[in-house]
Design a protein around this ligand. Structure first.
Ligand code: PLP
Length: 375
């Protein structure tokens, strides 16, 4: 059975070039970057070269890039430090953020009794900017935390515009850029954002590594304590093979960006056409005109009875997509994102998140459609 992977917003296949680079580091460059002998110095220079390479891709400086275990850690660190170090008294966020942001903010709110305001989400899944401006008008020391690309419905936030609004209101701005890094260019000299985060496994790199961008001048304390690695901001021996793998993955992603984007966009359009031709009444969840190019979330015109079986049936035929709505495949919790934008009737129907990469082809889509037709 040919397996079909259409769940690239969850994680991605590592590029072979990245694996080769990582194997080289693991077998040859095993020195601890903190050691002063030649093995250590060699690893340290590889580490700093990686940092420089990444910084350059975003028009940032090396000092602004801190390596972490991934985006969950980076989000936790930034959000907590905004409260404890930058002394914000309020966080403005939205109900459609990733749990790495939402749950962290909930804990911060109960631990430090800060205020949390939620920007309204419009039915198309985008943030209501007028509401944000209204919320910001009351001059409380604030961090705005809004994601760049939503991981479930692919809605896009104009982070340049939000950054400018935050500046005008002297608010800090954090954006969870996990789904956009490596898939669209981000010029940090152009975009007035204070913090962004990345996770390598979302752009064909290894799992368990990512980075935080902390704009120069913002003084944060570490999330936990230990050695002097990452200027003491993120103690713990650096995972050099992962960092190098992430750097390689990012470099290739940006080298091939236009080519791969166009392939993926063609596939997404092909999928929409096939779905619409075969399933009358199918709806796209989120903004019809403008969702991120590798994410498609659809509400299938199937009866409620079929909802629980749809992912199971796809999985039996080797097709991996992600659940988009309530009570599918044994999960009892509805998607907190779809719950914000769908009406009571549509939320009961099966929604699917189909997320693409350059590794996919039209045959993958044909296989998906065939199985869906049999349901
Ligand atoms: N933020 C978003 C938008 C994500 O999609 C994910 C991954 O699921 C994360 C944060 C968490 O990233 P990580 O897997 O690096 O902890």
């Amino acid at each position: 059975m040919k397996k079909v992977y259409l769940d690239n917003a969850a994680t991605t296949q590592i590029r072979p070039e990245v694996i080769n680079e990582m194997v080289k580091i693991m077998s040859e460059d095993y020195g601890n970057p903190s050691s002063t002998h030649s093995f250590g110095r060699s690893s340290k220079s590889i580490l700093e070269l990686s940092r420089k390479t990444i910084a350059k891709l975003f028009n940032a400086t090396s000092q602004e890039i801190i390596f972490t275990s991934g985006a969950t850690e980076a989000n936790n660190w930034i959000l907590k430090s905004a409260v404890t170090d930058l002394k914000v008294q309020r966080i403005i966020t939205s109900k459609i953020e990733h749990h790495a942001v939402l749950h962290t903010i909930e804990i911060l709110a109960s631990t430090y009794s800060i205020k949390v305001d939620y920007v309204k989400i419009k039915p198309d899944g985008t943030a209501d900017i007028n509401h944000l401006v209204e919320l910001l008008s009351d001059n409380v020391p604030t961090l705005v935390s809004l994601m760049h690309v939503n991981n479930e419905i692919g809605s896009i936030l104009d982070i340049e515009e939000i950054g400018k609004i935050c500046k005008q209101h002297q608010a800090y701005f954090h954006s969870d850029t996990v789904q956009s890094i490596g898939k669209t260019t981000i010029d940090l000299q152009q975009i007035p954002v204070d913090f962004i985060v990345a996770s390598a496994h979302k752009f064909h790199g290894p799992k368990g590594v990512g980075f935080a961008f902390i704009r120069k001048g913002l003084l944060l304390h570490p999330l936990f304590y230990g050695g002097e690695q990452e200027k003491g901001l993120r103690p713990g021996t650096e995972s050099l093979h992962n960092i190098v793998g992430m750097t390689k993955a990012l470099e290739i992603s940006y080298d091939l960006l236009e080519e791969e984007k166009s392939h993926i966009l063609n596939l997404k359009n092909y999928t929409i056409k096939q779905l619409k031709d075969n399933f009358e009444g199918l709806k796209i969840n989120g903004n019809q005109e403008k969702t991120f190019y590798n994410i498609l979330n659809v509400c299938m015109p199937f009866s409620e009875a079929k909802t629980s079986m749809i992912l199971f049936n796809l999985d039996m035929k080797g097709i991996a997509v992600s659940r988009g709505s309530a009570c599918q495949s044994g999960s009892l919790k509805p998607s907190h994102v779809l719950a914000e934008i769908l009406n009571d009737e549509d939320i009961k129907k099966p929604s699917l998140r189909i997320s693409f990469s350059h590794f996919n082809s039209t045959e993958d889509i044909d296989a998906l459609i065939d199985v869906l037709k049999g349901i």
